[in-house]
Design a protein around this ligand. Structure first.
Ligand code: SF4
Length: 242
C-alpha cells in the first residue's frame, strides 16, 4: 500500500516516485541516485549504460572512428563479408523484422528518450546485434548507410543514433576508396564517391575500363553509359548557367 507522502511524491514527479528516501544506489557510470530527479536519473543511467552497451566487440571502435570521419576501418571490416548474401550469416536472420523497428524511434528522435521509453524491450534486438560477427555487423551498418535506411536498429544503433552518421556518410569522399575502385578493387561507395570515380575515369584515358567496372561492380557497358551521361551533364551545365 502506498503512503500519503508517496502519493505526493508521485504527483510531483509525473507519476513516478521521487528518489528521496530510496537507498543510495550508483549506476555503472558512477551517478548516484538521489542526486537528481528520477527521470533524469534514468536518462543519465542510460547514457552511462550506452558506454557499456553490448555491441559486437570491436564495433564500438569502428563506429567511433567513422563518427570522427575515418571510414576506412569500418569499410575494411565490411569488405570481409563480401557478396549479396552477407545477411545469411547475421544473427537476426529469420527473426521478425518488427523486433528491430522499435516504435517511437526515428531519425529525428532523441535517442535517450527512445531508450528511456522503450526500456527493456530493446534488449532482445540489441543482444542479437551484440552477438553478430564483427564483419557482418560492419557490413550491416555500411549497407544501411549506403541504402540510407532511416528506420530500424542496425549494428546495435537505433535509427535516432544513426542520423548524424547518415549525414556524414552522404557528404564524405574517401580518396582511398575512390582510388581502390579505379584500381579495380571492389569497394562500397556512397553516391558522391561514385560520381568522383566516374568523373576521374571520364577525364583520364589511361584508366582501364574493365578494372573500373569491376571495382564499381557494374558491367563495362553500363560504365560507358554513365560516362556518356556524365559528359552530357558537364557539357550542359555551363550553357544552363549562361
Ligand atoms: S548487426 Fe545487423 S545483421 Fe547483425 S543482428 Fe544486428 S541488425 Fe542483424
Amino acid at each position: 500500500m502506498h503512503s500519503g507522502a508517496g502519493k505526493k511524491r508521485r504527483r510531483r514527479y509525473g507519476g513516478l516516485p521521487n528518489t528521496e528516501g530510496y537507498p543510495r544506489r550508483v549506476s555503472p557510470g558512477g551517478i548516484f541516485r538521489g542526486e537528481v530527479g528520477n527521470r533524469e536519473w534514468h536518462i543519465l543511467r542510460l547514457r552511462a549504460l550506452r558506454r557499456w552497451q553490448q555491441v559486437t566487440p570491436g564495433m564500438g571502435d569502428l563506429i567511433k572512428a567513422a563518427r570522427n570521419g575515418e571510414w576506412g576501418p569500418l569499410l575494411r571490416a565490411a569488405a570481409l563479408t563480401p557478396g549479396k548474401h552477407w545477411a545469411e550469416n547475421s544473427r537476426c536472420s529469420g527473426q521478425d523484422p518488427e523486433l528491430f523497428t522499435p516504435l517511437s524511434d526515428g531519425p529525428r528522435e532523441d535517442p535517450d528518450e527512445v531508450r528511456h521509453f522503450q526500456g527493456i524491450t530493446l534488449n532482445r534486438p540489441l543482444n542479437f546485434c551484440a552477438s553478430c560477427p564483427l564483419a557482418v555487423a560492419a557490413r550491416c551498418l555500411v549497407e544501411s548507410l549506403r541504402l540510407d535506411d532511416e528506420y530500424g536498429i542496425r549494428a546495435g544503433l537505433l535509427a535516432s543514433e544513426r542520423s548524424a552518421l547518415r549525414g556524414a556518410w552522404k557528404r564524405r569522399i574517401d580518396a582511398e576508396a575512390v582510388s581502390a575502385v579505379l584500381r579495380g578493387v571492389p569497394t562500397v561507395l556512397n553516391e558522391a564517391e561514385r560520381e568522383e570515380v566516374i568523373s576521374r575515369f571520364a577525364s583520364d584515358p589511361i584508366l582501364n575500363a574493365t578494372r573500373v567496372a569491376w571495382g564499381l561492380g557494374i558491367p563495362r557497358k553500363y560504365l560507358w553509359q554513365l560516362v556518356r551521361e556524365h559528359n552530357q551533364s558537364s557539357q550542359s551545365t555551363p550553357s544552363a548557367a549562361a
